[in-house]
Design a protein around this ligand. Sequence first.
Ligand code: MG
Length: 249
Amino acid sequence: MIVLKSPREIGIMRRAGGILADVMDRLREIVKPGISTLEIDEEVEGFIAGRGAQPAFKGYRGFPATVCISINDEVVHGIPSAHRRVKEGDIVGLDLGCVVDGYYADCAFTLPAGEISPDAQRLLQVTQESLERAIAECQADRRLSDVSHAVQAHVEASGFSVVRAFVGHGIGRALHEEPQVPNFGEPGRGPQLTPGMVLAIEPMVTMGSWEVKILDDGWTAVTRDGSLAAHFEHTVAVTEHGPEVLTRR
Ligand code: MG
């Protein structure tokens, strides 16, 4: 069942999303070659606590940290570590959520560390564009798979691949609610989008094949062929006036 949110509930989620938008600004300052992924995680945990919110991922199904940090061929769910340092030329995926008064917001973005290759730059740009195109589909007269199709069409036309194993999701009083929001599919299918739906849309895009595997830590998903992967995510409310991105100021 898809749970619709009232304007009051969306207001709370907007506060949670605003905190994440501020975290992203902070991360743009600190994610540089030399910092460890654990240092990034500790910084974000402190930031979220300082704003009176709770991290959404820490303890979720046993995940040990506040931020999923996934570098280069890691797609999602990388675990922060004191032994892992960001290197010049890395692309660093950062996925995080927070909870305010029982309501969740979820976002992700992939940052360049120092100078990255033109190919990597293009991967980040196309992934971000595919998210923007998906957000633009979050209108009351569209269907859910129009959102999915917008991602796939843009990514594949650009010569990249869409990961199938992980999908976006509804969000609200739980981090993961119905419906699932795949990043692929034919348009015009699935439930009609309705004001009050809130979706976490999160394209995961690779330079090579879309196939992934999970490392021995039980969490980190990497591309099977070792190609680079990027991940961007926003929490988006469908309103009568069109999409509202709750994780953007
Ligand atoms: Mg998510």
